[in-house]
Design a protein around this ligand. Structure first.
Ligand SMILES: *[C@@H]1O[C@H](CO)[C@@H](O)[C@H](O)[C@H]1NC(C)=O
Ligand SMILES: *[C@@H]1O[C@H](CO)[C@@H](O)[C@H](O)[C@H]1NC(C)=O
Ligand SMILES: *[C@@H]1O[C@H](CO)[C@@H](O)[C@H](O)[C@H]1NC(C)=O
Ligand SMILES: *[C@@H]1O[C@H](CO)[C@@H](O)[C@H](O)[C@H]1NC(C)=O
Ligand SMILES: *[C@@H]1O[C@H](CO)[C@@H](O)[C@H](O)[C@H]1NC(C)=O
Ligand SMILES: *[C@@H]1O[C@H](CO)[C@@H](O)[C@H](O)[C@H]1NC(C)=O
Ligand SMILES: *[C@@H]1O[C@H](CO)[C@@H](O)[C@H](O)[C@H]1NC(C)=O
Ligand SMILES: *[C@@H]1O[C@H](CO)[C@@H](O)[C@H](O)[C@H]1NC(C)=O
Ligand SMILES: *[C@@H]1O[C@H](CO)[C@@H](O)[C@H](O)[C@H]1NC(C)=O
Length: 331
């Protein structure tokens, strides 16, 4: 430990005296030395006890973005990030430096985090099947990325200083008062869709298209205010949008799929083999309940287990609703 701290100091001064400092490399070196100095590698119990502390120390030492990143990692990503960090650090303490956004040259590729997928054997031989009759046409309504913002407020700041605007609490830091007021039906810019615009759209669609065979909703119901995501809000949105579609399509089947914004936190759905608790994805049951008259009975258990399902729509045509987070590189 003492040797490492000494090495740390020598490393720092040696670096700054010898050659022109390349910030990126230096950040990473400092981080690695800190990790060594803190002694994370000593035993696993140290890791369990002080991950949050270490993240904050490293963040502060390197002055990463006014604590927002540190706070973001520790609060919004919460127990999920802590779980991942612990496992990363146990494998190699320096993984912590690859995890933090400080420009380390190497990309960490933790072996413990591979998501094993058992492939069901080789592709079957191709067989010619008779083509379906050519003149059968279906009319399908495809809705995607609704991104409804339940906090949309007409008259609020549309050119705000936050990532997501047109919301009750937005301000424009430069000037007092609202510079560009959010319009009633929606505003082009960093704003999402008001609920009433989505409802009005469905009203128009059902008036002008009375012969829709089925509806596909391919995910991303939520607003882009990703730092506020929580399971309660997401559950509300799943029930809310499902209810809205049921209201306008009482006799038409609606098939949902998950988008990356259905993750809590965004892009995150844990595989079902990780420890239970806060890491398990709690919204599959909500989805199964909200969609239960649209998803076949024998598929509801699949929805509850991994958020996907299959429906035989017509002879020769089946719909497969993927859990798209399985293919999300940010997951
Ligand atoms: C820490 O735990 C891992 C398994 O999680 C184990 O492989 C490793 O040997 C442990 N290290 C020490 C120092 O106990
Ligand atoms: C680590 O924790 C386990 C259980 O919490 C305990 O049995 C073990 O003695 C601890 N090891 C050290 C080195 O403190
Ligand atoms: C390295 O750290 C400095 C100061 O902490 C910071 O300004 C810079 O952006 C960091 N470099 C990278 C690539 O993140
Ligand atoms: C094509 O459509 C016509 C009119 O709807 C129908 O009478 C006919 O049976 C259809 N042909 C096939 C091959 O399905
Ligand atoms: C939006 O706000 C920024 C900063 O307050 C300002 O520089 C920019 O001109 C504004 N854009 C418009 C279209 O008013
Ligand atoms: C956001 O606005 C609401 C009322 O619209 C207010 O009660 C609340 O204090 C505001 N929050 C912040 C952080 O400004
Ligand atoms: C979820 O986030 C919303 C703001 O989007 C907040 O009002 C609510 O209290 C949060 N719920 C929980 C359980 O954290
Ligand atoms: C969806 O939520 C909005 C806003 O909270 C509410 O006004 C609306 O009645 C809800 N719709 C359904 C179908 O639950
Ligand atoms: C889940 O998180 C909450 C609050 O963040 C915490 O109180 C609770 O102990 C956690 N549960 C598990 C099983 O980790």
């Amino acid at each position: 430990m003492r040797f490492l701290i000494l090495g740390f100091i020598i490393g720092l001064s040696g670096k700054s005296l010898a050659e022109p400092i390349q910030l990126d490399n230096t950040n990473c070196t400092i981080c690695e030395l800190l990790v060594d100095a803190i002694g994370l590698s000593l035993d696993n119990n140290t890791v369990d006890g002080c991950v949050e502390l270490v993240v904050l120390i490293v963040c502060e030492a390197l002055k990463i973005e006014d604590e927002r990143v540190c706070k973001g990692i520790v609060s919004e990503f919460g127990s999920e990030a802590i779980y991942i960090l612990k496992a990363l650090i146990k494998e190699d303490p320096r993984n912590l430096c690859g995890f933090l956004p400080i420009g380390c040259g190497y990309k960490f590729d933790p072996k413990g985090f591979r998501w094993p997928l058992v492939m069901p054997g080789l592709k079957p031989q191709h067989e010619d099947v008779p083509s379906p009759p050519k003149n059968q046409t279906l009319k399908v309504l495809h809705l995607s990325d609704l991104h409804i913002d339940n906090h949309y407020l007409p008259g609020s700041e549309a050119n705000c200083s936050e990532p997501q605007c047109c919301r009750s609490n937005n301000t424009n830091v430069e000037k007092a008062g609202v510079q560009i007021p959010a319009a009633y039906w929606g505003t082009i810019g960093n704003c999402d869709l008001p609920y009433w615009t989505a409802e009005d759209m469905l009203q128009q669609i059902t008036k002008t298209h009375t012969d829709i065979d089925y509806v596909v909703v391919s995910g991303d119901l939520e607003s882009h205010a990703v730092w506020t995501y929580n399971t309660t809000d997401h559950a509300y949105m799943i029930q809310n949008v499902s209810g809205l579609l049921r209201k306008y399509f009482p006799n038409t089947k609606v098939y949902f799929a998950l988008g990356n914004h259905e993750g809590v936190p965004i892009d995150n759905i844990a595989p079902h083999w990780v420890p239970q608790g806060n890491l398990s994805y709690q919204l599959y049951n909500v989805m199964a309940n909200a969609w239960d008259d649209w998803v076949p009975d024998d598929q509801l258990a699949v929805v509850k287990y991994r958020g996907c399902y299959m429906v035989k729509l017509y002879p020769g045509l089946r719909l497969i609703s993927f859990n798209t987070l399985y293919g999300d590189p940010e997951n």
